[in-house]
Design a protein around this ligand. Structure first.
Ligand code: FRU
Length: 476
């Protein structure tokens, strides 16, 4: 019989017990990556929201700390962000450490009214004090008014807050984190609007030549690319008050069903746009077959700007810290082959592995990667003519409330080389699939009902399309 241990990932953060959703307040300070998260400590479903707390030095091994923020007389603690106030603009500093200031949404459970509040820590995030004059930002018009993400805008020497307000993003500015001035709104007539906008993030992003532009991430639920929750983004300009985008199509950060409400770290020491999302989907999150805990985060990723193939997009890459998760090699083949199979393998069956393979579609139209056992499997199919990758969870043994018939579609036209490099991180109940340079990502939960010990890569023709394959274990 299957237990939670068979599904709990080793290299993705999960709460020790009970419910988790959005990542919150991600900030780096004094050698530690902090992760806070929407948490119900009393049940394995959503409920009165707290901020849970974990830290990591390497983005791979996480240590859970005591709950940071509890609900109070202003309400539940919804999503938000943390900044390092190194100039003490807030006046919250008491000792020698820089104050960490959390900006979060208070949600009144009686009437669902949403306001923004502050809490601060002068001891590296270990203890938190709520500001005595909370809330600092109220509104009487918008029903949805939440998920503040704050960052320092060098050019105007101001804090900028992006806030989700139903069908648009609102921009506010402040000198002290306590007084906020409304500047502008964005999004009513652009992008996807199949659901409510949530959890925005705004940051500068560079291409490989160091050229900069601005990115605005906006999570949306429902209305994601494969049903339920998803994260779209806009590339454009931001002058401290107004965000403008010339973009005409909707761009998705991840085509999988399971990457939601993600944002980037504040004060990242290497100046990376380091991102993490909640690895689930509101369509089924509260029903997935784990009970002692529910939900994991994605593996962290770095986001970059890329202009190629006629597209201006964000590409996602696994960070260099992935080396702390990847273990010994179990197979490597650099000779071209017309099929690959690894059968009855215990590493595959343990559900923890990392694959890199390069497939050449110059002389074939379609290829298939199948991970499974005799009775069920997960199939990844790429078709060059359709320009589409399909991840099929239909025969995987566990059904995701029939979301999109358990089929995930990811449009992707190959570059002129006709090569598709696939990197795939599998950690018990999740698959994170990166195409080529990270031009597409597909993150998906999977719950095999029995170990999947077989992996096969095949095409319909006898052509040596598999240029290279390498499979590694993950560390114990
Ligand atoms: C996104 C979200 C946020 C909200 C939080 C509540 O998943 O709905 O908009 O702050 O979750 O838990």
């Amino acid at each position: 019989t299957i237990s939670d241990n068979d599904y709990r990932p080793d290299f993705h953060f999960t709460p020790q017990s009970n419910w988790m959703n959005d990542p919150n307040g991600m900030v780096y300070y004094a050698g530690e990556y902090h992760l806070f998260y929407q948490h119900n400590p009393d049940a394995n479903v959503w409920g009165p929201m707290h901020w849970g707390h974990a830290i990591s030095k390497d983005l791979v091994n996480w240590e859970e700390l005591p709950i940071a923020l509890y609900p109070d007389n202003l309400g539940n603690i919804f999503s938000g962000s943390i900044v390092v106030d190194s100039k003490n603009t807030s006046g919250f500093k008491t000792g020698s450490e820089s104050p960490l200031v959390a900006i979060f949404t208070h949600q009144n459970p009686a009437n669902n009214n949403q306001t923004q509040s502050l809490a601060y820590s002068n001891d590296k995030g270990r203890s938190w004090t709520k500001y005595e004059n909370n809330p600092v930002l109220v509104n009487n018009v918008k029903a949805d008014f939440r998920d503040p993400k704050v960052s320092w805008h060098k050019e105007t020497q101001k804090w900028i807050m992006v806030l989700a307000a139903g069908d648009e993003i609102m921009f506010y500015a402040s000198s002290d984190l306590k007084n906020w001035e409304y500047k502008n709104s964005f999004g009513k007539d652009v992008g996807a609007h199949g659901g409510v906008w949530e959890c925005p993030d705004l940051f500068k992003i560079e291409d490989e030549n160091g050229q900069e532009t601005w990115a605005l991430l906006v999570s949306i639920n429902p209305g994601g690319p494969n049903g339920g929750s998803g994260t779209q983004y806009f590339l454009g300009d931001f002058d401290g008050e107004t965000f403008t985008s010339l973009q005409e199509t909707t761009l998705w950060l991840d085509y999988g069903t399971d990457n939601y409400a993600g944002v980037t770290w504040s004060n990242e020491p290497n100046n990376r746009n380091l991102f993490m999302g909640w690895m689930s989907n509101w369509s089924y999150a509260q029903n997935v077959p784990t009970y002692s805990y529910r939900s994991a985060m994605t593996f962290p990723r770095t986001l970059h700007w890329q202009k190629s193939n006629g597209e201006s997009i964000i590409v996602s890459k696994l960070p260099t810290e992935i080396i702390y998760a990847i273990g010994g090699k179990i197979i490597e083949n650099n000779n071209a082959a017309s099929r690959f199979e690894l059968l009855n393998d215990e590493t595959l069956g343990g559900g923890k592995f990392y694959i890199e393979t390069t497939l050449d579609f110059s002389d074939i139209n379609e290829a298939k990667i199948e991970w499974g056992n005799k009775s069920s499997s997960i199939v990844i199919n790429y078709n060059r003519i359709n320009g589409e990758l399909i991840l099929n969870r239909q025969e995987s043994g566990y059904y995701f409330n029939n979301l999109n018939s358990n089929i995930i579609k990811c449009p992707y036209v190959l570059p002129a080389s006709n090569q598709l490099k696939i990197k795939m991180l599998v950690d018990k109940s999740s698959m994170e699939i990166f195409l080529n340079n990270g031009e597409r990502v597909v993150t998906a939960l999977v719950f095999p009902l029995a170990p999947f010990k077989n992996l096969e890569i095949t095409a319909n023709e006898e052509i040596q399309f598999i240029k290279q394959i390498k499979i590694n274990k993950l560390k114990e």
